[in-house]
Write a protein that binds this ligand. Structure first.
Ligand SMILES: NC(=O)c1ccc[n+]([C@@H]2O[C@H](COP(=O)([O-])OP(=O)(O)OC[C@H]3O[C@@H](n4cnc5c(N)ncnc54)[C@H](O)[C@@H]3O)[C@@H](O)[C@H]2O)c1
Length: 433
């Protein structure tokens, strides 16, 4: 499998150098210098069973699949303020100051370029470190120039881009998003339906750079960019990192359904005080997030197929911006369930989580798996990476799979498939023959 070899630097380019991106980059550096272990990262700590249970072959995923080595990662990105990564880490306060201080010179050396940004799409933010140009196409060209300079500077073997920028306002795919020709005309004509995140994605895909979307905005999830990804042989994945409350939902809901427990109410509320929370305080940005968070239960519980158990389910999701908590989000869930003879019960879940601590390892896994997918000549939507997303991208005729354990089985089987190993069905009858 010569095409899967991994020698050389892998560039990770990140539009949006905020809490998640800085926690990822500082985290990788801390792990490289043995200050910590890559906890939460399936690519680094997860294992994969190969062959029969009697064979005892359970390697680490990173030893099984030829993933890029952490030593080979180089980072760069864009943001709307001229801050360096050290300042960003200190401002966000996710990691202890002493840890960040230890890496000060490295963090200051990570390049951050002026953003393609327009306040119309993220109303709560202001910045002055922003590219200007005659139209959206020239802005895309400026991004390509940043990418090429980065590629030359670090002599990268390959590059992956991951959107860690703020959540843009809600809109639906439109005519300008329907084909790549229309999209390119739209870039030249400054079409208002083309958001900044789409411009980054376009610049990446045009250059064969895999793209993942960590936020719920449409971005690559439009026919025009899916078409471009196929044309340039580039893998894409999205949307919206599956971290706190939704992660819990996709763990709990499949379990309740598996036991045919009914649910008639699921109320979820969050308080968080980071910049993400501030952006989501704008109703139009929240609407994008809400769509993403709400879709999960319907798909898992299938009320049309199980009307007696789920047809009356009332599902509500709230996010409240509450500055004192910073990045330490608290997510409450009240779940009204019913069992045998319809008797009511309740589950209360209070998840005191750390948003960026949960998202950073997901980011790492995504860029490593997308780089592998590219080398394995996979292009277009990478549904096997649904495991990492709240709103997994799929072909329009397919419904997304939200059940975390189905997603896990799919991810591992895809790795086995890429590496030419037998798939595992869990049938196991042959053991008893
Ligand atoms: N942390 C989590 O658990 C989690 C989970 C799911 C999704 N997300 C999403 O990930 C994204 C990042 O989250 P975060 O906590 O790091 O937010 P953050 O606010 O700390 O960082 C986002 C950064 O993006 C920058 N930005 C906005 N528009 C930009 C543009 N056009 N170009 C370049 N930079 C731009 C902002 O200035 C900011 O620094 C958000 O969209 C969030 O909704 C986070």
């Amino acid at each position: 499998m010569d095409n899967l070899k991994t020698k050389g630097k892998l560039g990770i380019l990140i539009p949006g150098m905020g809490a998640v991106a800085s926690t990822l980059i500082a985290g990788v550096e801390a792990i490289k210098s043995n200050k910590s272990k890559p906890i939460g990262s399936m690519s680094q700590m997860g294992t994969i069973r190969l062959g029969k249970r009697t064979e005892n072959r359970v390697p680490l995923i990173k030893d099984f699949a030829p993933l890029a080595d952490l030593e080979d990662l180089v980072f760069g990105g864009w943001d709307i303020n001229n801050e360096n990564l050290y300042e960003i880490c200190i401002r966000n306060g996710v990691l202890e100051k002493s840890l960040v201080d230890d890496m000060k010179s490295y963090l200051k050396s990570v390049e951050i370029w002026p953003a393609v940004f327009d306040k119309k799409y993220v109303r709560r933010l202001d910045g002055d470190y922003i590219k200007t140009g005659a139209n959206k196409m020239t802005l895309a060209e400026q991004l390509e120039e940043d990418i090429n300079n980065f590629r030359k500077k670090y002599n990268t073997r390959a590059i992956v881009m991951i959107w860690c920028g703020s959540t843009e306002i809600f809109f639906k795919a439109n005519d300008v998003h329907s084909t790549i020709d229309k999209f390119e005309t739209g870039l030249i004509n400054n079409d208002p339906e083309i958001s900044p995140s789409m411009i980054y994605a376009y610049a990446a895909l045009k250059n064969g750079i895999p793209f993942a979307n960590g936020a719920p905005n449409l971005t690559v999830d439009i026919p025009a960019l899916i078409e471009l990804s196929k044309k340039t042989g580039t893998p894409i994945a999205g949307k919206d990192f599956k971290t706190g409350q939704t992660l819990m939902k996709t763990i709990l809901a499949p379990g309740l359904k598996a036991r045919q427990i009914g649910i008639n109410g699921w109320f979820s509320t969050n308080i968080l005080g980071n910049r993400d929370g501030e952006v989501l305080d704008d109703p139009d940005s929240f609407k994008t997030k809400e769509e993403s968070k709400l879709s999960v239960l319907d798909q898992i519980l299938q009320p049309d197929i199980y009307p007696d158990l789920y047809k009356d389910l009332y599902h509500k999701v709230r996010i409240n911006y509450y500055p004192p908590r910073g990045d330490n989000k608290e997510g409450w869930d009240n779940i009204d369930i019913f069992g045998w003879l319809g008797y009511q019960m309740q589950i209360k879940l209070d998840f005191l989580c750390r948003d960026s601590i949960l998202a950073a390892p997901i980011c790492l896994d995504l860029v490593l798996f997308l780089d592998l997918a590219k080398r394995a000549e996979m292009s277009g939507i990478q549904e096997w990476l649904s495991f990492f997303f709240k709103s997994p991208m799929t072909l329009p005729e397919l419904y997304p799979e939200h059940d975390l354990f189905v997603q896990l089985a799919k991810l591992k089987n895809t790795l086995r498939h890429i590496m030419g190993e037998e798939l595992i069905t869990h049938l196991g009858l042959d053991y008893y023959e």
